[in-house]
Design a protein around this ligand. Structure first.
Ligand SMILES: Cc1ncc(COP(=O)(O)O)c(C=O)c1O
Length: 425
């Protein structure tokens, strides 16, 4: 990237020493940035789903024509299907810092969470308590509410400060009746990153399970299931350059204790017993390619004797340095505009921001930005409880999400477009 002069930067002084990642090399892998109807657009809609690099699309296409059919050990087709499945479990094990034997694939994080809630709640009854937060995406709230209601269990809500968006003290909602705490590792609405490890420690101290939604976080940070203290962690590869499906990961020994609904002829083995029907093998090939794509951005020579997990940690550190520098630059640029407010001031955040432009409805801002080729959608993005609790109703705000492929030019175009919606200070 070309360093720019001060007066070119609406965000003020750039911090180039931190924006060291080769973003041009990265962007070259994403056809949607340069070809087709989305070419040239500023893509700040990553929290809704990232762009997909060519190697991931190639892997999916190759898998579809590879002759795979069903898993098994006898024929080459069976062996390939088996290897593709094992490869994706291994990739997600490395990605989440977890045992691949506890990696479950499903249609989406939402579907996996509904399934798990149904399974876990078979053990709940009146008097049991389940903790959900107002900060979470509905996919880590509603499944637990539905399951708790069916079981006659009580739901305890953990709120957050509507101004800072920091979660309240979890100890106020824990008791020796708490069976489960469901919490987000990062808010897809505000970018807020709660101290999940501390929440998990408090939950474990009362004997509760901890279910962590890492869907938003996993696009920005190397997730480590054990470090989070998550008994179960979920994510969705389409948020980090992969295909549309969901992943749930837990200790395989824990999964062995659970008995989900399943078909009679389908296997009792873990993790397969949690995977309903035939897996989308071509998408599993895409998952592996997405993880390998990220790992290839490690600040490590390609031939170095370094594990894929270590490469992923290194690559995410490079992505985070890039995104954090851009995020700081954007926050400064928005502050300079004067008529744009960023909702929340969390101590730790992802590079995802919810904006309000004085005098303009969020959807109107979305339209105005889109007219200038800047894609930053408006809404509450299924974090409906969060939007309402923060006083934003169901309309939410305008969400700006930075991705590893975001550039300073992208942010300049955003700030200039926002500037046209009001006066500058
Ligand atoms: C934080 C968060 N959790 C959960 C989900 C739901 O994921 P899925 O689409 O895989 O069901 C999303 C989707 O946007 C999300 O952002």
């Amino acid at each position: 990237m070309r360093p720019r002069t001060d007066d070119e930067c609406p965000g003020g002084e750039p911090d180039w020493q931190h924006v060291a990642m080769d973003v041009d090399r990265l962007r070259a892998a994403f056809p949607a940035l340069t070809t087709g109807p989305t070419a040239g657009l500023v893509r700040l809609d990553g929290p809704g789903g990232s762009l997909v690099p060519q190697p991931v699309a190639d892997a999916v296409a190759a898998a579809m024509t590879s002759g795979m059919c069903q898993r098994g050990a006898l024929t080459p087709a069976e062996q390939l299907t088996e290897a593709t499945t094992a490869g994706a479990r291994s990739a997600m094990g490395d990605f989440l810092g977890t045992d691949p034997r506890g990696v479950v694939f499903g249609r989406s994080m939402t579907a996996l969470t509904f399934d798990l809630a149904r399974t876990l709640s078979a053990q709940w009854g009146p008097g049991d308590e389940v903790v959900v937060t107002r900060l979470d995406h509905d996919a880590n709230i509603r499944p637990w509410l539905v399951a708790a209601e069916r079981a006659g269990a009580t739901v305890r809500w953990l709120g957050f400060d509507p101004v800072t968006t920091e979660l309240d003290d979890v100890s106020t909602v824990l008791s020796d009746r708490t069976r489960l705490v469901a919490v987000t590792a990062a808010s897809n609405l505000f970018g807020t990153r709660p101290d999940v490890a501390a929440i998990a420690a408090a939950a474990h101290a009362v004997g509760a399970l901890v279910h962590v939604d890492a869907v938003h976080l996993a696009a920005h940070v190397s997730v480590d299931r054990a470090a989070l203290g998550a008994d179960v962690v979920t994510c969705s590869p389409y948020k980090f350059f992969g295909p549309h499906l969901g992943v749930l990961a837990a200790d395989p020994a824990f999964l062995e204790t659970l008995h989900p609904d399943k078909l009679l002829p389908s296997t009792e083995a873990v993790p397969e017993r949690f995977e309903l029907g035939t897996l989308p093998y071509e998408l599993l090939a895409g998952v592996t390619a997405a993880v390998d794509f990220i790992a290839s951005y490690a600040d490590v020579p390609a031939d170095a004797d370094v594990s894929r997990r270590e490469r992923l940690v290194s690559a995410f550190a490079a992505f985070a340095a890039h995104e954090d520098a851009l995020c700081a630059r954007l926050l400064a640029g928005l502050d300079r505009l004067g008529h744009v407010r960023v909702h929340g001031s969390p101590a730790s955040r992802t590079p995802t921001m919810l904006l309000h432009v004085d005098g303009h409805e969020p959807h109107r801002v979305y339209e105005a930005l889109a007219a200038e080729g800047v894609i930053a959608p408006a809404g509450s993005f299924y974090a409906l409880e969060a939007s309402r609790h923060a006083g934003l109703g169901d309309a939410g705000g305008v969400r700006v999400g930075l991705s590893p492929y975001t550039t300073t030019d992208d942010l300049d175009r955003l700030v200039v477009a926002l500037g046209r919606l009001g006066g500058t200070r």
